[in-house]
Ligand binder design. Structure first.
Ligand SMILES: [Cu+2]
Length: 110
């Protein structure tokens, strides 16, 4: 019984090690939302990276709506944030659900 447990732990350790050995290190990026503007409005990342939108407004809530898929975040309020990981390379255009004039694009490089 003890032997089984040890074996499992070892496998998990090897898996983590091989991920790092492959040189695949996902990065984190932040986009601030202030005065109805995504900053930066255009952001280039690598596939596998995560982008976090941060609402820096005083009292307005926003969302992130992806034009191509119709996927939309929840509305997030001042001080709140929302994150998404981008695994597929490509150009991902988005806007704010309640404020369609707010626009941004994520360029995901392979
Ligand atoms: Cu908005």
């Amino acid at each position: 019984m003890n032997t089984k447990r040890i074996t499992r732990g070892l496998c998990a350790g090897l898996f983590v090690t091989s991920l790092f050995a492959g040189g695949v290190q996902a990065a984190e990026h932040e986009i601030q939302i202030v005065q109805y503007t995504y900053t930066p409005a255009e952001l280039t990342i690598k596939a596998g990276d995560t982008v976090t939108w941060i609402n820096g407004e005083k009292r307005v809530s926003h969302s992130v709506f992806f034009n191509a898929t119709g996927e939309e975040s929840e509305r997030f309020f001042p001080g709140e944030r929302w994150s998404r990981t981008f695994d597929q390379p490509g150009r991902v255009e988005y806007r704010c659900g309640p404020h369609p004039e707010m626009r941004g694009v994520i360029i995901v490089e392979p």
